[in-house]
Design a protein around this ligand. Structure first.
Ligand SMILES: Nc1ncnc2c1ncn2[C@@H]1O[C@H](COP(=O)(O)OP(=O)(O)O)[C@@H](O)[C@H]1O
Ligand SMILES: [Mg+2]
Length: 269
């Protein structure tokens, strides 16, 4: 029996050059003990677009996000945000750099002891000298944007999963971030709520601009909102490029993953 499928056969690394990327990974390697999660990751994500990093669970998508904001450091290689190396930043610069980011974690990551209003106001109280009046303007505008105008005084545990995510989204936006990261925003949502959240992401991006990076394993979300796609598998990018190009790729792995078919290289895991 012939068994010639090499682990990296599908990693053509084909990518369309990105001018002026918001975020760049250059040869990033990262292991936890013997578990090599990123094995020379090269990736550039464009400014002002909605990008998606797609890959099966456990491939290192969240690990990527943590490298972008300096919560993890590469063993080798570099991570650049607007051309600046994150791992080599002094602590003060890192602290400043993080203000560029809004991050929406998987569960919204709201503080359980604060109502929605205070949750959304938290980054403003923490990171700015703004007075309560100005804070109220910003918080109310952001709550309105995500359709939670009436819910400011509710506690996170009184809300549905979808509402918690929208509240997390509002909080991620209050500091007017240049870059917004979404870690599996669609996890735990039914298809209708996922579709609505995708629409909301697009609307808010159209309004605010910036580089949005959405991490997901849900191909339907990608089909809806991705302008740029990177497919991650076994520590490397299989292919990346404008969504239209990736959906027409003839790479067997990309094809299988983007069409959600059961037959193909992915099944050989
Ligand atoms: N802090 C950590 N310590 C040890 N292993 C980790 C750590 N963070 C992630 N990993 C491992 O890295 C791999 C990728 O994890 P993750 O990035 O969370 O995957 P996903 O693509 O599902 O987001 C997994 O094998 C996970 O166990
Ligand atoms: Mg994850």
């Amino acid at each position: 029996m012939e068994q010639t499928t090499s682990e990296f056969e599908w990693h053509t690394g084909r990518k369309t050059p990105v001018e002026n990327p918001a975020i760049e990974f250059v040869g990033v390697k990262k292991s936890f003990g013997r578990n090599e999660v990123l094995s020379g990751l090269d990736l550039a994500l464009p400014e002002d677009r909605i990008s998606m990093i797609l890959g099966p669970s456990g491939t290192g998508k969240s690990v990527c996000i943590k490298h972008m904001v300096g919560l993890l450091y590469p063993d080798d290689g570099d991570v650049l945000v607007h051309g600046e190396s994150v791992p080599s930043m002094p602590d003060d610069d890192l602290f400043e750099m993080r203000k560029k980011f809004g991050v929406l974690f998987q569960d919204g990551a709201l503080f359980g002891s604060m109502d929605l209003y205070d949750n959304v106001a938290f980054p403003l109280r923490q990171h700015t000298d703004k007075g309560e009046e100005e804070i109220a303007d910003i918080v109310n505008r952001r709550l309105k944007e995500v359709g939670l105008t009436e819910s400011g005084d509710r506690m996170p545990n009184e809300l549905s999963g979808g509402m918690r995510k929208r509240a997390g989204f509002a909080r991620a936006l209050v500091l007017d971030p240049d870059i917004v990261l979404f870690d599996e925003p669609d996890s735990g949502l039914d298809p209708v709520r996922t579709a609505l959240l995708c629409e909301l992401i697009q609307e808010i991006h159209a309004e605010n601009g910036g580089a949005y990076v959405v991490i997901t394993h849900d191909i339907n979300s990608a089909r809806r909102v991705a302008e740029y796609i990177a497919v991650l598998w076994r520590g490397k990018i299989v292919e990346s490029g404008p969504a239209t190009e990736l959906f027409e790729s003839d790479n067997a792995f990309v094809k299988q993953f983007l069409s959600g078919e059961s037959h193909g290289p992915l099944g050989m895991e």
